[in-house]
Design a protein around this ligand. Structure first.
Ligand code: ADP
Ligand code: MG
Length: 503
C-alpha cells in the first residue's frame, strides 16, 4: 500500500478526533471521528472558521498563541459545550495542539487532536460527591451521638419536672399566683421537650411507630391544618396523587417533618409571598439516579418559590444548629427531617437556587400491602389497676409513681429489670410500665419474659430514645410513651391498656 494511502487510512480510522487548521484557523480537513463528534459530515468543515462554528474566546487565544510561538499546547479534561448540541450538556476533553510547519520552518497551520473523557470525569465527580456525602454523614453521626445522649438525660429531668408540675396543678386550692408560676414552669418544660425531640429525631434515635399508609391521603389530612398557618401572601397548591404506592412511615413524625418543611418554605417566602406546593407522586428510579437505589417510590415534595439557598447554605443546611435566621431560627428543622427520613429508610433530596426557590423531596420506598386502618381513640373507661413501674432514673420513677397513684392506681417501683423481675414473681400486677433502655436487662427483654409468664399482663414502654426504629419487638402488644410525658399522656396510656384488657 502506498504510504499516503496508509496515512489516509490511519487518519480515517483514528479514535481520536483530528482536525487540521490553516493559519487563519480555517479547517483544512477533519477526520471521521471529529466530524461525528460535531454531528456533521466530514465535507462540512473544510473552509469554515473554527471559531465561527465554536466561538470560545479562551480557546481562540490558545490557538493563536500556538500559531504565533510554535509551542505545542496540551490540556487535560477541559470542559466544552457544543453550541449546536445543547442536549449533550458539558463534555470534557483531553486535547493537544501542535504547530504544522512549512518547508521554511514557518508555522502554517495547526494539528488539533481531541479525546473525549466525559464518562471518566463524570465518574470522578460522582466519586468525589460520594466521598463528601460519606464525610458529611460521619460528621452528622458523631454530632448525633452527642445530641442523643444529651437529649436522653434532659428528657429524664423534663419528665420529672412535667410530672411534678402537673401534680401541683391538680391541687384545686392552689393560689392563683403559684399556679401561674407552675404553668410557666410546665410550658418551659414542654418547649424544652420539643427541642430534645428534634435532637433525637436528628440523631435517628426517636421512637418510631411506622404504619403502612397511603401517602397522598395522609398528607391531605395533615395539609388542612398546616396550610392554614401559611398566611395570606402564600398560595398553597396541592397535587396529591392517590395512585402513589403505599409506604411504611410513622404518621405523627411525618407530620412533624412536614411542619418543618412548610415552616421553612413559608419563611423563605416571607418577604415577597409566593406559591407553596405540596406534591405526592409515584416515581420509579433506575440505576442512573443517584438520590436513592433503583426501585418504586412514593415521593413527597414541598416546594416554594422563595429566596432559595446558595451553595454554601445548601452544604450546611442539614447541620444541627445551623441557621441563617438569627435568634429566630433553631437550626434543628432540616436536621430533624434528615434524621427522621434516614431512620425511616427513606431518602432526601434538596434542590435550591437563590432567587428561584427550594424544593425538598422525601422518597419513600414502596411497600406491598394495603394501608393499615386506624381506629380513632374513643373515650376511655377509667379503670384502675396494680402497676409496676420500672425506670433507672430516680426522678422519673418518683414523678411517675406520684402521678399514677393520684390517678388511683396501686404503684410499685423498681430501678432495674432484675429488680422488676423479682417483684413480678412475688406480687400480681395488671400493668408493667418499663423504660426501654436501662443498664442490665432491657425493657424489651423484661416485657417478653414477663408476658411469657403472665400472659394477661399489659405493657407500657416509656422511652427517652429508641436505638433502632420503633418498638423493641413488634410481637409484644404494648403501648409506647415517649419522654418527656405529661400527666395525661401516661395515665391515658395506662387507662388504654387496661381498657383493652377488659375484653
Ligand atoms: P431554621 O429554620 O431554624 O433556620 P432549619 O434546619 O429548618 O433551621 O434550616 C436551616 C437553614 O436552611 C435555614 O436557616 C435557611 O437558611 C435554610 N433553608 C431551609 N429551608 C429553606 C427554604 N425552603 N428556602 C430557603 N432556605 C431554606
Ligand atoms: Mg426551619
Amino acid at each position: 500500500m502506498p504510504s499516503d494511502q496508509l496515512l489516509q487510512l490511519v487518519f480515517a480510522t483514528a479514535h481520536q478526533a483530528i482536525a487540521i487548521l490553516d493559519d487563519q484557523l480555517r479547517f483544512v480537513r477533519v477526520n471521521q471521528t471529529y466530524a461525528a463528534q460535531g454531528a456533521r459530515p466530514v465535507e462540512f468543515f473544510p473552509g469554515k472558521r473554527h471559531f465561527d462554528l465554536y466561538p470560545h474566546a479562551e480557546n481562540e487565544a490558545i490557538f493563536r498563541r500556538v500559531l504565533a510561538t510554535g509551542e505545542p499546547f496540551t490540556v487535560r479534561a477541559k470542559p466544552f459545550e457544543y453550541p449546536d448540541q445543547p442536549e449533550r450538556g458539558t463534555t470534557w476533553w483531553d486535547w493537544t495542539l501542535d504547530p504544522i510547519r512549512g518547508p521554511d520552518g514557518r508555522v502554517t497551520g495547526l494539528l488539533l487532536q481531541l479525546a473525549e473523557v466525559t464518562p471518566h470525569v463524570v465518574a470522578q465527580q460522582r466519586a468525589v460527591e460520594a466521598e463528601a456525602r460519606a464525610a458529611q454523614a460521619e460528621k452528622l453521626e458523631a454530632v448525633g451521638l452527642l445530641a442523643a445522649s444529651v437529649a436522653h438525660d434532659v428528657n429524664n429531668a423534663l419528665t420529672a419536672i412535667l410530672a411534678c408540675a402537673g401534680m401541683v396543678l391538680q391541687d384545686e386550692e392552689l393560689p392563683e399566683r403559684v399556679a401561674e408560676d407552675v404553668h410557666a414552669i410546665r410550658d418551659s418544660a414542654v418547649r424544652a421537650g420539643a427541642t430534645t425531640a428534634r435532637m433525637l429525631a436528628f440523631s435517628r434515635r426517636q421512637v418510631l411507630q411506622p404504619r403502612v399508609v397511603n401517602l397522598a391521603t395522609l398528607v391531605a389530612e395533615m395539609a388542612v391544618l398546616q396550610t392554614r398557618s401559611a398566611g395570606e401572601r402564600v398560595r398553597v397548591v396541592q397535587r396529591l396523587d392517590q395512585d402513589a404506592p403505599a409506604v411504611r412511615v410513622d404518621p405523627a413524625q411525618l407530620e412533624t417533618a412536614l411542619t418543618n418543611l412548610i415552616t421553612n418554605a413559608v419563611d423563605a417566602m416571607r418577604a415577597g409571598g409566593g406559591t407553596l406546593e405540596l406534591i405526592v407522586q409515584p416515581r420509579i428510579l433506575t440505576g442512573e439516579d443517584t438520590v436513592a437505589p433503583p426501585g418504586r417510590y412514593s415521593v413527597l415534595t414541598v416546594k416554594d418559590n422563595g429566596m432559595g439557598m446558595d451553595k454554601a447554605t445548601q452544604k450546611r443546611a442539614f447541620e444541627p444548629f445551623f441557621t441563617t435566621k438569627g435568634p429566630r431560627g433553631t437550626g434543628l428543622g432540616l436536621p430533624s427531617v434528615w434524621g427522621f427520613v434516614s431512620q425511616s429508610g427513606a431518602f432526601l433530596s434538596l434542590d435550591s437556587a437563590p432567587g428561584v426557590g427550594t424544593s425538598v423531596s422525601i422518597l419513600f420506598p414502596a411497600v406491598e400491602g394495603r394501608p393499615d386502618s386506624v381506629e380513632k381513640p374513643g373515650a376511655l373507661p377509667r379503670r384502675v389497676g396494680r402497676v409496676l413501674l420500672v425506670d433507672d432514673d430516680e426522678g422519673v420513677r418518683k414523678a411517675a409513681q406520684r402521678l399514677l397513684t393520684s390517678a388511683g392506681h396501686t404503684v410499685a417501683v423498681a430501678a432495674s429489670g432484675q429488680e422488676a423481675w423479682e417483684a413480678l414473681d412475688r406480687d400480681g400486677f395488671d400493668v408493667l410500665i418499663t423504660d426501654l433502655h436501662m443498664p442490665g436487662m432491657q425493657g424489651g427483654d423484661l416485657a417478653r419474659r414477663a408476658l411469657a409468664r403472665f400472659p394477661a399482663l399489659r405493657v407500657v414502654f416509656i422511652s427517652g430514645y429508641a436505638e433502632g426504629a420503633g418498638l423493641p419487638d413488634p410481637e409484644i402488644p404494648a403501648a409506647l410513651v415517649a419522654k418527656p410525658f405529661d400527666v395525661t399522656t401516661l395515665s391515658n396510656a395506662v387507662a388504654n391498656v387496661l381498657a383493652t384488657g377488659a375484653g
